[in-house]
Write a protein that binds this ligand. Sequence first.
Ligand SMILES: Nc1ncnc2c1ncn2[C@@H]1O[C@H](COP(=O)(O)OP(=O)(O)O)[C@@H](O)[C@H]1O
Ligand SMILES: [Mg+2]
Length: 277
Amino acid sequence: MKQQRITENDRTGKGVQATVANSKIYCRNINKIYKSRKNVTVALKAINIEILDNEFICIVGPSGCGKSTLLRILAGLEDATSGEIILDDKILNGPGADRGMVFQAYTLFPWKSVEKNIRFGLDLKKTQKEEADAIVDRYLNLVGLTEFRKSLPKQLSGGMKQRVAIARALANNPKVLLMDEPFGALDPDTKANMQLLLRELWEKEKHTVIFITHDIEEAVFLAQRVYVMSARPGQIMADVPVYLPHKRTLDLKDTQEFINLRKSIHNMLHSKDFKEA
Ligand SMILES: Nc1ncnc2c1ncn2[C@@H]1O[C@H](COP(=O)(O)OP(=O)(O)O)[C@@H](O)[C@H]1O
Ligand SMILES: [Mg+2]
C-alpha cells in the first residue's frame, strides 16, 4: 500500500505543503536493522516524515512496530542504520538540548525536589539565577504544581510526576518535544486530564511536538496530523490530517467527527494491506 500524502495543513488552512525547505524536523529515508548472531530484525523501513514548526503530530502504530526506536533515533540516543534526521536544515548527529524528551517510564531524579528537577537543564546551561527562577516558576504554574515545588518525586502521583517531566523538558526551551507514550502508565481519568493539559500547553506555547502512542483516541485528540505506522517492519502508511476544532475539550471524543476519524485510523491499522506491507 502506498503512503497517503496530504498537501494541506490544518494549522494554516492555506494548503501549505510540508517541504524540506519549511520543515522543522525531517526524517529522510530512515532504516533501522538490529542484528545479533541469531537474528536480523528490520525495525524501521524507509521512514520519511516532515514536521513543520509549531506542529503537533502523533505517530500511532501497533506495539512492536518501531515507534520507540524511531523516537530514540530522533533524540539521537540511537543511530539509524541508514538515513538522516534534519533539524532546522542541519543533519543531526547525536543527542542535544535542542530536543526535549518525555518517556513513559518515570525518569525524574528521585533525590531532587520538583523544582530542582525542573531546574536541572537550566543549571547545566548555567542560566542566570533570576532567569532560571522565573522559568521554573512559570512552568510550575503551567503544570499546576506550584504548591508541590519542594516535594520529592516519591511524594507525587504518576500524573504529577509526568507533569514535572513535561515541565523539565519545556524549561529547556527545546526546538522539538519528543514524547514516547508519556501517559501510557496512567489510569484513564488521569490520562485524559494529562491530554487536556498537554493540548492546553501547546495552544499557549506552540511547541513543535512529536508524540508517540499506540492509542488511536489519544493520537486523534492531541494531534493536528497523525502518521500511521504499519506493524514491523515499521513503515509510515498514512499521513492523516485532523480537522477538528483547535480548542479541544474532552467531550470532543464523543462527537461523530471524532469517532469517524478514530474508526478510519483503526480500520487502516487492521486492514489486510497494512498487515502484509
Ligand atoms: N536494542 C534492540 N535490539 C534488538 N531488537 C530491538 C532493540 N530495540 C528494539 N528492538 C526490536 O525492534 C522492534 C521495534 O521495537 P520498538 O521500537 O520498541 O517498538 P514499539 O515502541 O513500537 O513498541 C521490536 O521487534 C523490538 O523487539
Ligand atoms: Mg515503545
